[in-house]
Unconditional design. Structure first.
Length: 229
């Protein structure tokens, strides 16, 4: 059974993406959303959902970002997965893994500005997305196994989360395969050159004006976001 609001919400999201592209934004890729099992269960989902990424919401490393208008902002440390070939919806996890050509560190700024009880509205509004900072892609880290990669996050110099990427994500290729299935409901395909930010590795780190969030991705480097009111 399809979760209530899934198909209609994805259709509304696809239309929002078309409007952004028609307005001149470049479509960069996709984001994984709602990757917490408890949230999926509450919404009747059988897995993650997707949102879109364009140049309209690109953030810059170390550059202050205003939180004006945000209701409940937070940071999600993630990994960005880039593809060297198209990934059709019927791809196996092995085919997905073979299509990955690089991995990069990423921070997504979200704004939890609505209750988690209306899937259509969440999807239509692009799954709480406000901005994304993506670091340099490393072609040497194309292995979806993520062995030995640990991510540590601080807020204003104090620990805010630390996790093994492999343990947090489990099967990265399976996450991407599920992304392609959701894109199929939108008449979209994951294309060569696009990337996916694969969902939060830690619980959301709440932020407010004056905060400085830094995430250390080990061999992938460090990302830093500062916030103003």
């Amino acid at each position: 059974m399809t979760a209530a609001g899934l198909e209609s919400g994805l259709a509304a999201q696809a239309e929002a993406l078309r409007r952004r592209v028609d307005a001149g934004d470049e479509h960069l890729g996709w984001k994984v959303g709602l990757n917490a099992p408890a949230v999926q269960a509450a919404l009747g989902l059988d897995g993650i959902v997707v949102g879109f990424l364009t140049t309209a919401t690109v953030l810059e490393n170390g550059v202050p970002h205003s939180l004006a208008g945000a209701a409940n902002p937070g940071i999600e440390p993630e990994l960005a997965v880039r593809f060297g070939a198209d990934v059709p919806a019927d791809s196996s996890p092995e085919q997905v893994g073979a299509a990955i050509d690089a991995i990069a560190p990423a921070l997504e700024l979200v704004d939890l500005d609505r209750p988690l009880d209306d899937l259509h509205a969440i999807l239509a509004a692009n799954v709480f997305h406000r901005g994304a900072l993506v670091g340099a892609f490393d072609a040497a880290r194309a292995d979806p196994g993520l062995a030995g990669l640990t991510v540590s996050v601080t807020r204003n110099g104090e620990a805010a989360g630390s996790v093994s990427a492999a343990e947090a994500y489990g099967d990265l290729a399976e996450i991407v395969r599920f992304v392609t299935l959701r894109l199929g409901l939108m008449d979209e395909t994951l294309r060569a050159g696009q990337f996916v930010i694969a969902g939060s590795l830690t619980p959301i780190v709440p932020v407010a004006g004056g905060d400085d969030v830094r995430a250390d991705f080990g061999p992938l480097g460090t990302l830093d976001l500062k916030f103003t009111d």
